[in-house]
Design a protein around this ligand. Structure first.
Ligand code: C2G
Length: 132
């Protein structure tokens, strides 16, 4: 039986922490589907425009070897529908979301992976803006 893994994220200013979570998610199954946050969703979540547009972020994630399919995540409230639509057996998120998606344990496994330390989109933006 083939196992489908689903994960979600903005993946803005794509960095090695993003790559590691995608690689580890893919290793938990046979097929990896990634929901990439829409620009409007990112605005609602983080209160700022992403550096890269959703079309650019989708193209970057879709080109990664471990990724089989991508789609646009329009709303955080649609997770259950996305899990059903893509027939996911496992939902994977980084542990900054620890416990937040436990309600989906009735339809799939829910796994939180340790975040890669010392790297984040926000820190990168600050570093680049500071020119250091
Ligand atoms: N991540 C990580 N290590 C880092 C930074 C990020 O493992 N140093 C992981 C996050 O835990 C997440 C994924 O990379 O699982 C994507 O991170 P973000 O782009 O920050 O995603 P976020 O905006 O939290 O969106 O429906 C859920 C949301 O869309 C998640």
């Amino acid at each position: 039986m083939s196992r489908t893994v689903i994960t979600f994220g903005t993946f803005d200013v794509f960095h090695v922490g993003h790559l590691r979570v995608i690689e580890r998610a893919a290793a938990l199954g046979d097929r990896l589907v990634v929901g990439v946050s829409a620009d409007a969703l990112n605005m609602r979540k983080k209160g700022r425009e992403p550096v890269f547009s959703q079309a650019e972020r989708l193209a970057i994630v879709a080109a990664l070897k471990p990724v089989d399919e991508v789609f646009t995540e329009e709303s955080l409230e649609l997770k259950r529908d996305y899990i059903r639509q893509y027939d996911a057996d496992v939902l994977v998120m980084g542990d900054d979301w620890q416990g937040r998606f436990d309600e989906f344990r009735d339809v799939c496994e829910v796994v939180y992976l340790t975040r890669t330390p010392a790297i984040s989109t926000t820190a990168l933006i600050e570093k680049i803006s500071a020119g250091s």
